[in-house]
Write a new protein. Structure first.
Lengths: 399, 42
């Protein structure tokens, strides 16, 4: 496949930004924008092992440039840099497992807090609890205190290197490809407290049990301690970053729990916190992308409460055509079945893309994207991805 | 009984001193806190 070059990236950046802004606000965009959820796939597509790119930022840089030059996305959910491999390796590994043979990154559903530690979490607060309890359990830190301290210092230095790499990559994407950022960095990927308790502390099994078995007053108190007045920081940040340029969303909120919380549990344990963030987004005329990983169809009535013009939903496992009918207030990010990219012909992929645009993107409130992230080499054939993106860029133009 | 490897009161300042890529105590405190929160939950 021929690599693309990008003339006048400054103008292109402005154009892409405007298209994304109009799409998110529901304001008649010029065309349907295309987003990447390619995650680790570009590394495998370029013929590298995962650990080769994760541990060498020059390789990783080339991999991401190759991805953009071949497939030409308007936006990336992330540039792959969520995998802080060198940082966790400095602490003896942990958090996630990279398997080069299986070409996979996997996360364990592990509980790093026991069911009887809620009083301790409430007493100490999240930072102290993470530091003293979770870090030694989660990472392969030495049992010798002095050595463990040195490992954390080394990990902080690696984090600083990763931050620099992220900045370098973002700058290159803006200046050479005219591609802006998804959102601001880490503090703006906001987690509600139950989404911190699970998976970070109690795991899926643990939290499912605790919602039923732990004294409700104690459980609610723990949620408030974990939340730690987060809304004040959100408000402050919305004010600070209101004039940020070249970002698509002011706030991102990813949830791993909403897929298994029933509507009653969601209403009691999660929605009050999420709604507070959403209200702040609306009050500040900002935008947010909500990513309830897995299923979210059982929570539609909550999303229906949110006003139009501010929110984009990533409906990973849902039928996007059905959701579209029920949530006219939302812009959607996703929709294209990942299965097609890896298993169907070019023409079948193009036909499917046309169907998604006709049925979901007709009003300009769709950021076209694979419905799930691409993680394995076989998740997509490069020629299919190229054909789909080229098609959407031409067919998705509004006259 | 679980062995206590890290102690916030004892080790926090030692770690901050090791952050040689930042200048002020405030910057180091904020960076370390952000790191602990991010790596604790990720």
């Amino acid at each position: 496949m021929e690599r693309k070059t990008f003339d006048n990236p400054k103008e292109l950046l402005k154009e892409r930004k405007q298209i994304l802004e109009d799409t998110v606000r529901g304001n008649n965009p010029k065309r349907i924008p295309i987003c990447s959820q390619t995650r680790a796939w570009p590394i495998l597509d370029a013929g590298y092992k995962l650990t080769e790119a994760f541990s060498n930022y020059d390789i990783w840089f080339d991999v991401m440039c190759r991805c953009q030059e071949l497939y030409d996305f308007d936006l990336y959910v992330d540039l792959g840099t969520r995998f802080s491999y060198r940082v966790t390796e400095a602490m003896g590994g942990g958090g996630f497992i990279v398997d080069d043979e299986a070409q996979a990154v996997t996360y364990k559903d592990a509980a790093h807090m026991s069911e009887d530690e809620y009083p301790e979490l409430i007493r100490d607060g999240l930072t102290k609890f993470y530091f003293e309890k979770v870090f030694p359990r989660k990472y392969g830190l030495s049992r010798n205190s002095e050595e463990a301290v040195q490992q954390i210092i080394n990990a902080l230095k690696e984090q600083h290197e990763l931050d620099k790499f992220n900045k370098r990559l973002s700058k290159h994407f803006e200046e050479v490809y005219g591609v802006g950022r998804n959102t601001n960095s880490a503090p703006w990927n906001i987690k509600t407290p139950i989404d911190t308790l699970c998976p970070a502390l109690r795991g899926i099994r643990g939290i499912s049990r605790d919602m039923r078995k732990v004294d409700e007053k104690l459980f609610m108190e723990a949620l408030d301690v974990v939340d730690n007045g987060a809304i004040a920081n959100v408000e402050k940040g919305l004010e600070t970053f209101k004039d940020s340029v070249n970002i698509t969303f002011t706030v991102a909120s990813t949830s791993t729990t909403s897929t298994f919380l029933n509507p009653k549990q969601f209403e009691k344990f999660d929605w009050p916190y999420l709604k507070r963030i959403c209200d702040a987004v609306v009050k500040n005329n900002a935008t947010a992308v909500l990513f309830p990983e897995g299923n979210c169809g059982h929570l539609i009535e909550f999303y229906q409460e949110l006003p139009a013009g501010h929110f984009t939903l990533i409906p990973e496992m849902e039928d996007i055509k059905e959701l579209k009918k029920k949530l006219p207030n939302m812009t959607f990010l996703g929709g294209f079945p990942t299965f097609y990219l890896g298993n169907k012909t070019k023409q079948e992929c193009i036909d499917k893309a046309k169907e998604i645009i006709d049925e979901v993107g007709y009003d300009g409130k769709l950021i076209f994207c694979s419905d799930k992230m691409l993680g394995f080499a076989n998740d997509a054939k490069g020629e299919n991805l190229r054909a789909v993106n080229d098609f959407v860029r031409e067919y998705g133009v509004f006259k | 009984m679980e062995e206590k490897v890290l102690d916030m009161q004892r080790d926090w300042e030692k770690i901050k001193k090791g952050i040689d890529f930042l200048d002020t105590d405030e910057e180091k405190e904020a960076y370390l806190k952000k790191f602990i929160i991010a790596k604790g939950r990720s």
